[in-house]
Design a protein around this ligand. Structure first.
Ligand code: NDP
Ligand code: HSE
Length: 438
């Protein structure tokens, strides 16, 4: 049977990994797909750059539109990242009747509704397994393997760069900026690492997972987002002393009042499975009403793990080339006409325990003022630790762990504490999750 011709836009970390993997495992991939998958052309910005893959037999161009409009190309693989140019290229490829594979979570989370509508109307596939959790096939699991379940909750370490930074800071006393540079050098970080460390990338991924898990339209704006850039090694050490690890988590939970969608750092018990997911690894816990809790673990970023997901999508696309479009697996797992509008629970109404790190003057009455403010807002204290006896200015870190309280009450108490004359810095506030079940 005739080979399926692929045009790859972007030959960076993921693009080169994809071409390399297709080349290395060509024979087995052909046996699985039923047809040879052949990369015939690729687009890059700079033709003079060396590539981490063999480009023999691949026509290179700096104009991705040549690929999109090339009638000999059956499937376009978008691996440049970003939203604007990528959106134009993906929609142009669909307009030309080409299937698309992408690893671009920012694009799917923010423009996916439009893209899937166009693709469905044209009877085309847009596959995006690599967009979430790198090499872990979690989209396929949610969309197909668990499709008989009502998903109750989904909790994951979704950003490899954040997890790598937190792990290195904990295990090696490494400096935040230094570890971020290492993550960039290893190809884990986004082109703009702000997306990683401020939680945006994990929020893109949570948006996609929540949509597939709950059958709702993609709605990135409804995710509460916090990153790790405000955390210090002190927080990691203080948490460790109390039996916790700090992890950057994405969480989606269903309740009777709506969906709770959040991405932020969390204290979790040190013996929880997620606490022991280190380095660039990702892990996702999914609880279904029938299956109970399930856990998926694997590399969340990097050339080969991500290529693994891109190539799996390519094989799926090739297998479905002859299938009736109306009977394919829907893009967001639920039939497009059956997607619902999610009711989102406002953050202020969410209940959570908290770790609060205060920097205060070490003087009589300060702790009493702080506990009075917390008590006044109905926030109950579980543990309180003062670390040391003060620096040269008499300031000392005090860590408070609260019982579960409503976000709005904690926020009001934190404002009250920050307004105390003895309070020296903004309070560092990290939510504490029990992640019941493990
Ligand atoms: P890179 O920055 O390593 O590679 C981007 C590639 O796109 C480069 O080859 C670049 O060319 C090319 N490119 C950029 N703009 C254009 C353009 N306008 N025309 C032609 N070529 C262009 O990115 P990654 O490979 O890391 O990421 C690609 C996508 O995969 C992103 O959406 C990212 O979020 C996603 N992803 C990345 C993962 C990772 O571990 N890195 C994991 C999962 C998903 P040149 O090389 O000449 O500059
Ligand atoms: N920058 C992303 C991460 C790449 O670190 O997880 C994988 O999506």
């Amino acid at each position: 049977m005739k080979a399926v011709n692929i045009g790859v836009i972007g030959l960076g970390t993921v693009g080169a990994g994809t071409v390399d993997l297709l080349h290395r495992n060509q024979e087995e991939i052909t046996r699985r797909a039923g047809r040879e998958i052949k990369v015939t052309c690729a687009a890059v910005r700079d033709l003079s750059r060396g590539r981490h893959c063999d480009t023999a037999g691949i026509t290179l161009t700096t104009d991705p539109n040549e690929i999109v409009s090339d009638p000999s190309i059956d499937v376009v693989v978008e691996l440049i990242g970003g939203c604007e140019v990528a959106f134009d290229l993906v929609t142009a490829a669909l307009a030309q009747g080409k299937h698309v594979v992408t690893a671009n979570k920012a694009l799917i989370a923010t423009r996916g509704n439009e893209i899937f509508e166009q693709a469905s109307t044209a009877g085309l596939v847009v596959a995006f397994e690599a967009a979430v959790a790198g090499g872990i096939p979690v989209i396929k699991i949610l969309r197909e393997g668990l499709s008989g379940n009502r998903v109750e909750k989904l909790i994951g370490i979704l950003n490899g760069t954040c997890n790598f930074i937190l792990s290195e800071m904990q295990e090696k006393d490494a400096d935040y900026a230094e570890v971020l540079t290492q993550a960039q050098q290893a190809g884990y970080a986004e082109a703009d690492p702000y997306f990683d460390v401020e939680g945006v990338d994990a929020a893109h991924k949570l948006t996609i997972l929540a949509s597939i898990a709950y059958g709702v339209h993609l709605n990135f704006q409804s995710v509460y987002v916090e990153g790790i850039s405000a955390l210090t090694r002190d927080d990691i050490i203080f948490a460790q002393e109390m039996g916790y690890r700090i992890k950057h988590l994405g969480m989606a939970r269903r309740s009777t009042t709506g969906l709770d969608l959040r991405v932020h750092p969390c204290l979790i018990a040190e013996d929880h499975l997620l606490a022991n997911v280190t380095g660039v690894m990702n892990a996702v816990v999914v609880e279904g009403d029938a299956v109970g809790e399930t856990l998926y673990y694997g590399a969340g970023a990097g050339a080969q793990p991500t290529a693994s997901a891109v190539v799996a999508d390519l094989i799926d696309v090739v297998r479905t080339l002859t299938a009736d479009p109306g009977n394919r697996v829907p893009h967001l797992a639920f039939q497009a006409s059956a997607l619902a509008k999610p009711g989102i629970i406002p953050l202020a109404e969410v209940y959570c325990a908290h770790y609060l790190r205060l920097t205060v003057q070490d003087q009589p009455g300060v702790l009493a003022d702080i506990t009075k403010i917390l008590g006044g807002h109905g926030v109950s204290i579980k543990a309180i630790h003062q670390h040391g006896t003060g620096d040269e200015d008499g300031k000392v870190p005090v860590v408070i762990v609260t019982h579960v309280a409503q976000e709005a009450a904690v926020a009001a108490a934190v404002s009250g504490i920050e307004a105390l004359p003895a309070s020296a810095h903004p309070v560092v506030r990290i939510r504490l999750e029990t992640l019941e079940g493990h």
